[in-house]
Ligand binder design. Structure first.
Ligand code: FES
Length: 357
C-alpha cells in the first residue's frame, strides 16, 4: 500500500511504495532531499516527523541520538512509512533538475597515484555527457546488485572524461578489482550523479534557507574552509576546480589531512593552485609523518589544524569530505569555534553503500 508524504514548509508531496524509504521515494519523483551516505551513517538526511509513523530502520547512533528520535527526528534514507506522513526535511533546489541516470562508461586509463590510490579515467559513450554539480558522487554498479560510491574528482566543465580516486581497501570488492584485474578498455556501468555535497552560493542556484545542512546566510563572498581526509580530496578537487573556473573571489582555504607524506597523492596540484590564485591557501596536515618524510609542515589531526588557524569561525562556511571519524571530530570542533550549524556541509563516506536511491 502506498503512503503519501508532504513536506510541510514547501508543500511538496510524493508517494512512497511499500517498503520504500522516504528518501528513495522522494528522489524517484524528482524531490531532492539532502543526503549523502544512504546508509544511516552520516545524518545528512535527518529531518523531522510532524505527523505519522515510520519504521526507523537501521542507523548509526552517531547519526541520530535517542534524544533526537524522541524529539521527532528521523533519518529519511532509512525511514519507511507505516502511514501517511507530514515531515520537515531539507530540500535541495540546485540538484533537483539534474536527472539521475544509469550510464555505461569505458575505463580509459588506470593511473597509480600512490601506494594505495588509483586514479580511474572514465569515458562515456560517444555524444554522451554527465550533468552534475561539483562535489557529487556516482555509484559504480557491480554484479549481484552491489554498488560502490565514488566522488567525481573532475569539475563539471571538464567532462571529456570523468575521474575517480580509488583507495585500495583490503578485501574491497571493487577496489580489489581496480588494483588487480581491471584493464584499460574495460566497461563499467554507473548511476549518478548522487548526493547534495556542493559549494553553496556561487552558481549553484541554491537559494537561502533552501536546505543542505541548512543554507541560511550562504553568501558567495563568505570565506570557505575545505577539509579533506585521504581520498576525500576527490570532491574537494572538483569543487575547487569549478570555483576557479567560475572566477570565485571568496577566500578559500584547503586543509588536506593524511597519515604520512606518501598519502598526499597529488601534492603538486594544490601547490600549483596556490601559485595561481591569491585567494587560495593550502595546508597539508600529517597525522603520522615518517622519518623519511623530513616533514616540517603541520602535524596532528586536520580538525585541530583548522581550529588553531581559525579560532573564530562565525563568519565562515566549512565543506568537509572524509571518513566518518574525521567528520565527527571536525563537526564537534567547528561548532565549538562558533561555526553556525547551517554552514557546515559534509560528505562522510564509507566504502560501501547498500541501498539504491
Ligand atoms: Fe541518511 Fe547519511 S544517514 S544519508
Amino acid at each position: 500500500m502506498a503512503f503519501k508524504v508532504r513536506i510541510e514548509s514547501s508543500g511538496s508531496e510524493f508517494a512512497v511504495a511499500e517498503q520504500e524509504t522516504v528518501l528513495g521515494a522522494a528522489l524517484r519523483q524528482g524531490v531532492t532531499l539532502a543526503y549523502s551516505c544512504r546508509n544511516g551513517d552520516c545524518g545528512t538526511c535527518k529531518g523531522k516527523l510532524i505527523s505519522g509513523k515510520v519504521d526507523y530502520g537501521r542507523y548509526n547512533e552517531k547519526a541520530m541520538s535517542d534524544t533526537e528520535r524522541r524529539a521527532g527526528a528521523a533519518l529519511f534514507c532509512q525511514a519507511v512509512p507505516f502511514s501517511d506522513l507530514v515531515i520537515e526535511a531539507k530540500e535541495i533546489s540546485a540538484a533537483k533538475d539534474i536527472p539521475i541516470r544509469i550510464m555505461p562508461c569505458r575505463v580509459m586509463q588506470l593511473e597509480k597515484l600512490a601506494h594505495d590510490v588509483m586514479r580511474l579515467w572514465l569515458k562515456l559513450a560517444e555524444g554522451q555527457r554527465l550533468q552534475f554539480l561539483a562535489g557529487q558522487y556516482i555509484d559504480i554498479l557491480l554484479s549481484g546488485n552491489q554498488r560502490r560510491s565514488f566522488s567525481l574528482a573532475t569539475a563539471p566543465h571538464a567532462d571529456e572524461m570523468l575521474q575517480l580516486h580509488i583507495r585500495h581497501v583490503p578485501g574491497g570488492l571493487f577496489s580489489g578489482q581496480v588494483f588487480t584485474k581491471m584493464k584499460e578498455r574495460d566497461l563499467l556501468r554507473f548511476q549518478g550523479p548522487l548526493g547534495t555535497f556542493f559549494m553553496r552560493g556561487d552558481d549553484s542556484g541554491e537559494s537561502r534557507n533552501a536546505g543542505g545542512h541548512g543554507n541560511a546566510g550562504t553568501s558567495p563572498d563568505r570565506p570557505a574552509i575545505l577539509v579533506a581526509g585521504g581520498t576525500g580530496f576527490a570532491p574537494i578537487k572538483s569543487i575547487l576546480e569549478n570555483a576557479f573556473a567560475k572566477g570565485t573571489r571568496r577566500p578559500l582555504s584547503l586543509y588536506w589531512g593524511v597519515r604520512a607524506k606518501r598519502d598526499l597523492y597529488l601534492p603538486d596540484l594544490p601547490q600549483a593552485w596556490a601559485g595561481e590564485h591569491s585567494h587560495f591557501r593550502f595546508t597539508p596536515v600529517l597525522s603520522e609523518p615518517q622519518p623519511e618524510d623530513h616533514w616540517n609542515g603541520r602535524q596532528g589531526w586536520v580538525h585541530e589544524a583548522v581550529a588553531e588557524d581559525f579560532p573564530d569561525l562565525s563568519r565562515h562556511e566549512v565543506y568537509a569530505s572524509g571518513p566518518p571519524p574525521m567528520i565527527e571530530a571536525l563537526k564537534r570542533t567547528v561548532m565549538e569555534h562558533g561555526l553556525p550549524p547551517d554552514r557546515l556541509y559534509y560528505d562522510s563516506f564509507e566504502h560501501a553503500h547498500a541501498s539504491a536511491p
